[in-house]
Design a protein around this ligand. Structure first.
Ligand code: FES
Length: 117
C-alpha cells in the first residue's frame, strides 16, 4: 500500500462527487463537511456511478435506485447485504492522497507515490 495523489482538493465539488481512475478502479471522492471521503465509484447493486449520486448526512444515494452508502463504512442502510469499498484519504498541501495498493497502479508516471505521510 502507498499513498497516491489523485486530485487537488479544489477539484472536489461541494455537492456531488469527482470520479478518478486509479489502477483498475474508478473512485468517487466527496467532500463531506470539512472531510474528504473516497469510495469505489461502482454501485454494488447494478453498477451506477456513485460519483453522480447525491449527498446527505455522510451518505451518498445512488443515482439509479437511491440505495444509500455510508462514506465512512461503505454500508447501505437500505440494502444491508450491499457494501461499497472505502479508501483512506489524506490531505496534504491541498492535494488529496489515497491509500491504494502500489501493485495495482499501472502507470506511476503521472502520480506521486508516498510511502509515509
Ligand atoms: S444501481 Fe445503485 S442502487 Fe441500483
Amino acid at each position: 500500500m502507498g499513498f497516491h495523489r489523485i486530485a487537488a482538493a479544489s477539484e472536489i465539488p461541494s455537492q456531488g462527487g469527482l470520479k478518478v481512475r486509479l489502477g483498475r478502479d474508478e473512485i468517487a471522492i466527496f467532500r463531506d463537511g470539512g472531510e474528504y471521503r473516497a469510495i469505489n465509484d461502482l454501485c454494488p447493486h447494478r453498477g451506477a456511478p456513485l460519483s453522480e449520486g447525491f449527498l446527505e448526512q455522510g451518505r451518498v444515494f445512488c443515482p439509479w435506485h437511491c440505495f444509500d452508502f455510508s462514506l465512512c463504512t461503505g454500508e447501505s442502510s437500505i440494502a444491508p447485504h450491499l457494501r461499497v469499498a472505502t479508501y483512506v484519504v489524506e490531505v496534504r498541501d491541498n492535494q488529496i492522497y489515497l491509500d491504494y495498493p502500489d501493485e495495482l497502479v499501472c502507470d506511476n508516471s503521472a502520480e506521486e507515490a508516498i510511502d509515509e505521510l
